[in-house]
Design a protein around this ligand. Structure first.
Ligand code: NAD
Length: 458
């Protein structure tokens, strides 16, 4: 079925009210869970083919997050769906006021290649829980996962409720031009701008989950060993191809050398000294990205490249690489790195770091490592970013109680847990007027009305 026909079918389904009930929504979530559980082996295989992702990494960063999101929604959905009663001001005596939660309608989800399963299905959990229909357009750059998703969704779901259309950016662009009620896009800032422009032709509201350069700030009193361990893990998971990976380190000059020693030690421990031959180390998605990343390494001089730097073109793996003596003018600081390369910048005064970060676009994440709560508070207050963690990396996004999303160039809107449900729900305000009496003050010829208005406005 072509995209327009599929959307027409979903429009008809939605208008017939078939997706609204709690029972329908619950059945969609249970079916999703069944789909994932019954096909775990195929999912592991697809992610290994696309990204060389190990079972452990697929379980923790793709499947695990989806199971948590589904269970959390199932547990809370009936509570979330309840109408909300709100109070009435004096001018509205006799009225009943409430907010109905209703689904938006027909949702389009466009997802990227870096977590090709998780980022395709996580928004769908919210959209289906909120009673919408969904058409998913996964990334063509992770073809094994794309094909598996297509096979599974077609086999497990009636396409009137949840359908999938595969293809490249032209297919995606065509979809964005159709009359959806909501678009949920995850991908690059550059493409996000195009999607927003295109969606504006139909005034289609949207969420943009984008990227950017997320800093890790380390102050002199940080626990060096734990900081190095958690940064190495957050940077190297998925070989740095994570939207919230620490993009660069901004460290207090006085502890730089000590920290770098520990960072190298922790990096070696993670992949047993031999990442290029380690079957658990993720590869770069394709040769375009591989060459883009190798350019950063090739441009660095021997004073900068202090660890790593080698690669294997046949397997598309790049060794974890640490670059020191980096300045804001270096190429590696001009765009989101999205790979296993970690540049180190230094500061002597926290205000210098805050001010330099504030010259950049607002990041998706920020990580602060240190013990001094007043410095921590200053950083949190002075820098705008999507979300982040203190003394850790990445972990914040796996808590379904926290909204996940960017700000400015790193995104628009947020999701996960209740925030996903709210993203895909319209809050319809209703005031039910009484017919038992009719307060006079809104009418122009009421003397009593005028007196009451004067009294209220005093
Ligand atoms: P991308 O923007 O190139 O592609 C994302 C999706 O958009 C794909 O499905 C693709 O087919 C489609 N697309 C590409 N060009 C298009 C166009 N001109 N019109 C319509 N659709 C188009 O992103 P990517 O390379 O797949 O992913 C990497 C980027 O995504 C990074 O910048 C990363 O930070 C970001 N990202 C953000 C999050 C988040 O949650 N905020 C998560 C993962 C990745």
């Amino acid at each position: 079925m072509n995209a327009q026909n599929l959307l027409n079918l979903q429009k008809e389904t939605f208008l017939n009210g078939k997706t609204h009930s709690y029972e329908h929504r619950e059945s969609m979530l249970l079916r999703l869970k069944e789909m994932l559980e019954e096909n775990e082996q195929m999912i592991y295989q697809a992610l290994y083919t696309d990204l060389n992702k190990s079972k452990h990494e697929t379980l923790t960063t793709e499947l695990g997050i989806l199971y948590t999101e589904i269970d959390f929604s199932l547990k809370n959905l009936s509570k979330w769906m309840k109408n909300e009663s709100v109070p009435a001001p004096l001018t509205h005596q006799g009225t009943k006021n409430y907010i109905i939660h209703e689904p938006l309608g027909n949702v389009l989800i466009i997802s990227p290649w870096n977590y090709p399963l998780q980022l395709a299905i996580a928004p769908a959990i919210g959209a289906l829980a909120a009673g919408n229909t969904v058409i998913l357009k996964p990334s063509e750059l992770a073809p094994a996962t794309e094909e598996l998703l297509s096979h599974l969704i077609k086999n497990y779901f009636d396409e009137a409720y949840f359908g999938i259309i595969t293809g490249d950016k032209d297919v995606s662009d065509h979809l964005v031009g159709l009359r959806f009620d909501y678009i949920f896009f995850t991908g690059s800032t550059q493409v996000g701008k195009k999607i927003m422009k295109r969606a504006s032709e139909n005034l289609t509201p949207l969420t943009l989950e984008l990227g950017g350069k997320s800093p890790a700030i380390i102050t002199a009193d940080a626990n060096i060993k734990l900081t190095a361990k958690r940064i190495a893990w957050g940077k190297l998971i998925n070989a740095g191809q994570t939207c919230v990976a620490p993009d660069y380190i901004y460290i207090e000059e006085s502890i730089k050398n000590k920290f770098l020693k520990e960072l190298v030690r922790q990096t070696k421990r993670l992949y047993k000294n031999n990442p290029l031959n380690n079957k658990n180390y993720v590869k770069i998605i394709n040769s375009n990205h591989f060459n883009r990343l190798m350019n950063f390494i090739n441009q660095s001089n021997e004073l900068q490249l202090i660890y790593g730097g080698s690669s294997d073109e046949t397997t598309l793996k790049i060794e974890p690489t640490i670059l020191q003596n980096i300045s804001w003018e270096d190429d590696v600081m001009q765009e989101e790195i999205f790979g296993p390369i970690l540049p180190i910048l230094t500061f002597t005064d926290i205000n210098e770091a805050i001010s330099a970060i504030n010259q950049q676009e607002k990041p998706l994440a920020l990580y602060f490592f240190g013990k001094d709560e007043s410095v921590e508070a200053q950083v949190l207050k002075s820098i705008r970013f999507g979300g982040g963690a203190i003394n850790d990396t990445l972990y914040h996004l796996a808590n379904p109680h926290l909204p996940f999303g960017g700000i400015g160039h790193s995104g628009l809107g947020a999701y996960h847990g209740k925030y996903s449900y709210e993203t895909f729900t319209h809050k319809k305000s209703i005031m039910e007027q009484t017919t038992k009496f009719d307060l006079p003050f809104r009418y122009p010829n009421s003397k009593l009305g005028k007196r009451i208005v004067k009294y209220i406005l005093k």
